[in-house]
Write a protein that binds this ligand. Structure first.
Ligand code: AMP
Length: 282
């Protein structure tokens, strides 16, 4: 694996090797890598001639400064995992490379309804930050194929909107969520959980499964309420338990029995905020 700290070297290398846009599979991450990230590397490696991962902890997408400062950094281990996964290259840009003019006057992206619900509502500015970093990274690396995780369901929809809006010639591959035994979605933030919290955290997946199994036509209020109590019993502080149209993310209060639904959860266990989702119909 070749490591690039500056974009000029990366671009020159890709050119020298003769890779075109369609050859490049790109996996942007914030590091603290785990099997979920590696599944994206694997998906790209199967389909593309050149698999490029990036690690950049993007300050503009953190609405909570504490979350940013406590974000796990495990670079040596990340490099080892990427080597083992036979990643072709790692891009480690500095903040100055991503934001050459600073972060004060960045472009605003029109995300319509996607910014008013769920993560958009509970983490103001988060998806603007995601668009800012993704637009810049995609412009630098010039990949035609982007691999991201369905674990961040709303993020995938936002990035698709970014692609449509900016005319970037990129295909987004949304890959399945990798889970630890018990069903806990793998996440870099899991590293901040104690062992006891990790055990309790499986309640998120259990709650999503409960919703899946008990979904029925008509009002969804009771189902959401009960699902919330399941999490609260395990001492979660719940931001939301919602059911939304899987294609638009519009919140659904009464189900017609047909619309494809996704159930989404965000909740704190101690100081750690976890999110997960599950398609529950359609
Ligand atoms: P992050 O480093 O958290 O920004 O994540 C980088 C990419 O990995 C994003 O596209 C995430 O959706 C994806 N990802 C994170 N966790 C998982 C997981 N458990 N399974 C699959 N993909 C994941």
């Amino acid at each position: 694996m070749i490591l690039f700290k500056n974009s000029e070297d990366l671009i020159a290398y890709i050119k020298r090797k003769g890779f075109g846009k369609p050859d490049i599979g790109f996996i942007p991450t914030m590091g603290a890598l785990h099997q979920g990230h590696l599944s994206l590397i694997e998906a790209s490696r199967k389909e593309r001639a050149f698999t490029l991962c990036s690690i950049f902890i993007n300050p503009t997408q953190f609405n909570d400064p504490g979350d940013y400062h406590n974000y796990p950094v495990t670079l040596e281990n990340d490099i080892e995992l990427l080597e083992q996964a036979e990643t072709d290259a790692l891009f480690l840009p500095s903040a100055a490379t991503i934001y050459p003019d600073g972060t004060r006057q960045l472009r605003h992206y029109e995300l319509a309804g996607l910014e008013d619900v769920l993560e958009g509502k509970f983490r103001p500015g988060h998806f603007q930050g995601v668009c800012q970093v993704m637009h810049r990274l995609l412009t630098i690396v010039g990949a035609a194929h982007l691999y991201m995780g369905q674990k961040d369901y709303q993020q995938c929809m936002v990035v698709q909107q970014l692609i449509d809006q900016t005319g970037l010639e990129v295909e987004l591959h949304a890959c399945p969520t990798m889970r630890a035994s018990g069903g806990l979605a793998m996440s870099s933030r899991n590293a901040r959980l104690t062992e006891a919290e990790r055990q309790r955290a499986v309640a998120i997946h259990n709650t999503l499964t409960y919703i899946h199994e008990h979904l029925s036509k008509g009002s969804l209020q009771e189902l959401k309420k009960h699902a919330t109590t399941l999490l609260e019993k395990e001492e979660f502080k719940v931001d939301y338990v919602e059911l939304a149209d899987a294609d638009t993310l519009e919140i659904v209060h009464t189900w017609n029995g047909k619309t494809a639904l996704v159930a989404l959860v965000a909740a704190f266990l101690g100081q750690v905020r976890l999110i997960d989702n599950m398609k529950v119909s359609g």
